[in-house]
Design a protein around this ligand. Structure first.
Ligand SMILES: Nc1ncnc2c1ncn2[C@@H]1O[C@H](COP(=O)(O)OP(=O)(O)O)[C@@H](O)[C@H]1O
Ligand SMILES: [Mg+2]
Length: 549
């Protein structure tokens, strides 16, 4: 089986019962549709023979009514499962994206990942619940109609049947460009979403650097690309439907002509002719529907390719049944570490560093020396190319990521706050912490005072990424968040860089106690922070110089 088909079926599998039921209903509906021409022929013959047709008319009505009911049932059933498949697929894609290592995301554009969750998931679930299922009844209708026609007139039906591969060939020829176009237009769409998202985040820069005209033009270009790709697709789609329809109609005309000959010769009755013609029209419906199916299949295949590319990426082994880290003392060892970011020269080279439990170690060094990278490796956000990281003598690769990260608190260099209240932002790392604990953490981070001055105190909404706070205030919240987590190992990555000197001094005094009880990695350039450290370690070009300030 093709991998993308297998992939699709995997996602539809939980719904196989509903989908099967839907397919069965569609089959019943097709069967009924097949009975209509037969009844129609009988009716026509009845009219010609001036026989009683009341029962036949009633039967036709009943048949059409039943068909409508089946359609109703199917719309409900498939509509429901479509919504569920979409929801389920979206959840699974989200979970997978979330589980992928940070390194994966650093190599991609956020907008493109977002497009997977929106555009591609929509396309795919629409395909599973709409198109994929309608193929079977379509084929049944075609096959059934042909069989009935064959009974009436084998030669005529053979001609009609021969037209079908012709249709398919035509579809392939016209539709050949559809798939790459669908793929290109999805990518253009993803770029557009990505650009909008990035620019809305960059608005202050756009305004202060007066880049509005440039960015507007860039966005307009992107939209222009989408429109022109749409036009190209439209030309094909526009030709596909009517083209196929015309061919089908031409086929009917051909059959009509041949049938006329047969009526003259007397080998075909009028009733049979009506039935036969009704079957031919029944044939044209699925044939033109197949052209839609074809187009949608091409789009869906593009979506499947892109989704598969991401879903086959190995996630972080978050719940890997490794050892659990319990009661961490906080001894850290970097042993023979070598690490390079993808496509970059080594960021860390031959790092050997031993930090005793409870020690406060300051890491200094110029920008880009590799300090933050050391913190990433300790959290196992990245894996070293060589060497190992040990906590309490245990290689961190042997323990589950969850338990590793639970024991480490980080105030990252780039503070990450979300649009919520001050309280929720501080509480982020814990489930339902007590207000007293939140306030204690805020006190320790020198945040409590400014929080009380905010309009709603701890309930103040801080805006996207905390924009309604000053840089230093954001940093204090991040610090409070890490302190509330109360981890045995704490990494402060230039965490006081934006503090005012007084605030920093207060924090360091206040924290001396809190810090003493744990292992602390202070990444800092600030003399005041350096003074707090038991040991200062210089990082230079990915190497370590002990004792160097
Ligand atoms: N995600 C990344 N991908 C590629 N290179 C990176 C990435 N993050 C940092 N780098 C590079 O790695 C080097 C070390 O960075 P980092 O550890 O952040 O330095 P710092 O000591 O200032 O914290 C720098 O040269 C930086 O450009
Ligand atoms: Mg850094």
């Amino acid at each position: 089986m093709k991998p993308d088909l297998q992939f699709l079926l995997g996602y539809a599998a939980p719904y196989r019962r509903t989908l099967l039921l839907g397919t069965l209903i569609m089959l019943a509906e097709s069967a009924m549709a097949l009975a209509v021409p037969w009844l129609g022929g009988r009716l026509a013959q009845g009219f010609l023979d001036q026989a009683a047709t009341g029962t036949l008319l009633l039967a036709l009505l009943a048949l059409l009514g039943a068909q409508a009911l089946l359609k109703l049932a199917n719309n409900l059933i498939l509509g429901r499962s479509a919504a569920r498949i979409l929801a389920d697929l979206r959840i699974r894609v989200y979970d997978h994206i979330q589980a992928l290592p940070i390194g994966f995301h650093h190599q991609r554009k956020q907008g493109e990942t977002l497009a997977l969750l929106t555009h591609d998931v929509d396309t795919l679930s629409g395909f599973i619940s709409g198109t994929l299922l309608s193929i079977v009844p379509l084929l049944i209708t075609v096959a059934g109609a042909l069989v009935f026609m064959f009974n009436i007139d084998p030669w005529l039906s053979l001609i009609a049947a021969l037209l079908i591969p012709l249709f398919y060939l035509l579809l392939k020829i016209i539709g050949r460009r559809l798939r790459p176009l669908a793929s290109e237009s999805q990518q253009a769409y993803a770029r557009m979403v990505g650009m909008a998202e990035e620019n809305i985040g960059m608005l202050p820069a756009i305004k202060t650097f007066t880049r509005e005209p440039v960015e507007s033009a860039r966005f307009r270009n992107q939209i222009g690309e989408i429109v022109s790709l749409n036009d190209k697709q439209l030309r094909i789609y526009a030709a596909l439907g009517p083209g196929i329809q015309f061919l089908a109609a031409a086929g009917i005309v051909l059959v009509l002509w041949l049938a006329g000959e047969r009526i003259n010769v007397g080998t075909l009755g009028a009733g049979q002719l009506v039935t036969f013609l009704l079957y031919t029209t029944l044939l044209t419906r699925p044939v033109s529907a197949l052209s839609d199916v074809y187009g949608q299949t091409q789009s869906a295949r593009g979506a499947v390719e892109r989704l598969m590319q991401v879903l086959t990426e190995p996630p972080e082994p978050l719940f890997h049944p490794g050892r659990e880290l319990h009661a961490v003392r906080g001894e850290i060892e970097f042993r023979g570490i070598r690490f390079a970011y993808p496509g970059r020269p080594a960021a860390l080279d031959e790092i050997n560093l031993h930090i005793r439990a409870g020690e406060t170690v300051a890491l200094t060094g110029h920008n880009g020396a590799g300090k933050s990278t050391l913190a990433h490796l300790l959290m196992r956000l990245y894996e070293p190319d060589a060497g190992s990281v040990l906590i309490d003598g245990i290689d961190i690769r042997e323990v589950s990521l969850q338990s590793l990260r639970r024991h480490i608190g980080v105030v990252p260099q780039h503070v990450l706050l979300f649009n919520g209240t001050v309280r929720d932002n501080i509480a982020y790392g814990r489930d339902n912490p007590a207000q007293a604990d939140i306030e204690a953490a805020a006190h320790a981070a020198r945040a409590h005072e400014f929080i009380l001055k905010l309009p709603q105190g701890y309930d103040t909404l801080i805006g996207d990424r905390g924009v309604r706070l000053s840089g230093g205030q954001q940093q204090r919240l991040a610090l409070a968040r890490a302190l509330l987590k109360d981890p045995p190992i704490l990494i402060l990555d230039e965490a006081t860089a934006m503090f005012d000197p007084e605030g920093e001094r207060e924090f360091l005094q206040e924290c001396a106690d809190t810090l003493r009880h744990r292992t602390v990695l202070l990444i800092t350039h600030r003399p005041a922070s350096l003074a707090l450290a038991d040991r200062v370690i210089g990082v230079r070009d990915g190497r370590i110089n002990e004792g160097e300030a």
